[in-house]
Design a protein around this ligand. Structure first.
Ligand SMILES: [Zn+2]
Length: 412
């Protein structure tokens, strides 16, 4: 087990009144996996990933790091990162051919696994239970870990409570979920860490505008820091939309070992949450069936689904909903109104089925060719017109959209 202690200063507590003066968070291994000796630079990266948003001016790391890591942290502009005196030898990238995937059990990380080398090791972060969290259920994810182990994959399960640093609870930074992988990288000689980040998140199309991910501050920050601790930052499915990720999970042999819903039990998704709504609608579109009754019901009955449809502008992953509703028939007046809201018929969505080739540079070069081969085999490449549609993606609020939204609200 590895435990971190966090001491806050008055300025930090003004920023986050709930944080408290002293906090702890830890990482606990189960099974035969071992952390061994973890390099100071990697310990410091985990400290940054888990506490950065809580710091108001300075983050003092109470152990020395290498000059290389110290330099790399200058990429953080909002606060100053300070380390104890002394210098450590920096890490050099291992030549082990062993790569890791930060695995969640969901469709996107399973799609990433499907296009990675067979020797990829999975690291699953088990979220510690507490009274504060009643809806999350790790049953399905653990079952998917167990089944992948049976297939011969090495799966590490690390329990952590770092989500409780935040109020309301949740990941401090989106990549904090990689902390267990970083802590295992020394003993497992990992060369890189992969994430199941899909196109909508990397390239901005789940929101209002396309962005070139490599120009973003997110990429600059984290790829620099991961590289400085000798770990490649790899996004094998950054060129795959949620539609493509569902196609990969449908067609690849390991695809069935996933479950999107984190509320229900294995093979018993709750059919009420926002993830189930999106997934059921998308699967119906891919199967060419009618609008599923469960999706219509959840618009009427699930507060969470209604909130996502009504309050989010744009709706998160709205494009995927456009893709689905365009291809599904039926559903009556409510669904027709939802179709109008998400611009069915007015925008192109075919591009979501194919792989976006300019994303190949985001895959660790050690296995880039393997992944590209599999992505082309399962999805095919976007042609120029698809790429133009993707690049011109925009979805901003407008008076016209507000009118369509009020019509939809009146019906539900
Ligand atoms: Zn669900």
């Amino acid at each position: 087990m590895i435990r971190f202690n966090v001491f806050s200063e008055p300025a930090d507590r003004r920023r986050n009144p709930n944080f408290g003066e002293v906090r702890q968070f830890s990482f606990k291994l189960s099974g035969i996996s071992k952390f061994g000796e973890v390099h100071s630079d990697r310990l410091a990266l985990v400290a940054i990933l888990c506490t950065l948003p809580f710091c108001s001016e300075e983050l003092k790391v109470s152990w020395p790091v290498s000059q290389r890591f110290r330099e790399a942290t200058k990429v953080i502009s909002r606060i100053k990162v300070i380390f104890s005196e002394g210098s450590i030898e920096p890490l050099e990238r291992q030549n082990s051919g062993r790569h890791a995937l930060s695995f969640s059990g969901g469709a996107d990380s399973t799609a990433a696994l499907a296009v990675m080398p067979n020797s990829t090791e999975l690291v699953f972060m088990l979220r510690s239970k507490s009274r504060a969290r009643t809806l999350y259920d790790s049953h399905a994810a653990l079952e998917s870990c167990r089944q992948l182990r049976n297939l011969g994959y090495t799966v590490h399960i690390v329990e952590s409570d770092f989500e409780y640093l935040r109020s309301p609870i949740g990941f401090p930074t989106d990549l904090a979920v990689a902390s267990p992988t970083i802590l295992l990288a020394d003993s497992r000689k990992f060369e890189s860490v992969a994430f199941g980040t899909i196109l909508e998140s990397a390239f901005g199309t789940s929101g209002s505008r396309y962005r070139n991910y490599v120009d973003s501050s997110h990429y600059r920050l984290w790829s620099t820091l991961f590289q400085s601790v000798a770990l490649g930052y790899s996004l094998p499915v950054a060129g795959v939309s949620e539609v493509g990720s569902a196609i990969l999970c449908r067609d690849h042999p390991i695809g069935r070992f996933h479950q999107s819903c984190i509320r229900g039990k294995w093979e018993e998704p709750c059919n009420k949450c926002w993830k189930c709504f999106r997934k059921n609608t998308l699967m119906a579109a891919l199967e060419g069936s009618d609008m599923p009754n469960s999706s219509i019901d959840s618009i009427r009955k699930s507060k969470e689904v209604r909130r996502n449809l009504i309050e989010k502008k744009p709706i998160r992953h709205e494009g995927v909903l456009t893709y689905s509703l365009q291809r599904i028939s039926g559903g009556g007046e409510i669904i027709q109104s939802l179709r109008d809201l998400v611009r069915v018929g007015a925008i192109e969505t075919d591009w979501m089925e194919y792989w976006y080739p300019p994303s190949s540079g985001l895959i660790d070069e050690d296995y880039e060719q393997t992944s590209v081969g599999l992505l082309k085999k399962y999805l095919g490449e976007m042609v120029k017109s698809n790429i133009d549609d993707l690049h011109s993606w925009h979805n901003e609020t407008s008076d016209d959209r507000e009118t369509r939204l009020s019509r939809f609200i009146r019906l539900i």
